[in-house]
Design a protein around this ligand. Structure first.
Ligand SMILES: [Zn+2]
Length: 163
């Protein structure tokens, strides 16, 4: 159970007012991001954050093979790219293997969902258990599926290589 540390209130959907325990019935939930443990639960994004990851990984793989030195326009994407390039380069001799940096990737994903029209619950949402405290970013939208499509579209445009 999460709560807003500023108001002490439990979060509810800004569109239909369903409380957290009923969010499985809320058609507006886009995603619940655990910023502390870098997880993503519930909402329309459930099982779909992999689509974003695959998209970025494919674009980076293509660049790692080529001699491309063009920077990505978006600063966070460029940061993720530099991090991946560094990781791959530091394993010289080994079969090239790298992972997207989870923290940068999560920030980038949240940023694109917001740019696509998702609305973040205001305030600071945290777990109420003192032992395993997490900070959450919780996103809602009138039409979550459209937001996800738009966010994917944004990322496609940003990652397309200039031929
Ligand atoms: Zn709702």
């Amino acid at each position: 159970m999460t709560f807003d540390v500023d108001t002490g209130r439990k979060p509810s959907c800004p569109f239909c007012d369903l409380p957290e325990e009923d969010w499985e019935d809320c058609p507006h939930l886009v995603a619940v991001f655990d910023r502390t443990f870098l997880d993503c639960y519930g909402g329309e994004i459930f099982d779909r954050d992999g689509e974003f990851r695959d998209l970025v990984e494919a674009a980076f793989s293509k660049r790692l093979k080529g001699a491309e030195s063009v920077a990505f326009e978006k600063a966070d994407l460029e940061r993720l790219w530099q991090q991946s390039k560094y990781e791959q380069a530091s394993q010289a001799g080994e079969e090239s293997y790298w992972d997207l940096n989870d923290r940068i990737f999560q920030e980038l994903l949240i940023e694109r969902l917001l740019a696509a029209g998702a609305r973040a619950l205001p305030g600071r949402c945290e777990d109420s258990t003192p032992l395993a405290s997490s900070v959450y970013t919780i996103l809602f939208a009138t039409f979550p599926r459209i937001v996800i499509l738009k966010a994917l579209q944004l990322l496609v445009e940003e990652t397309i290589l200039s031929e």
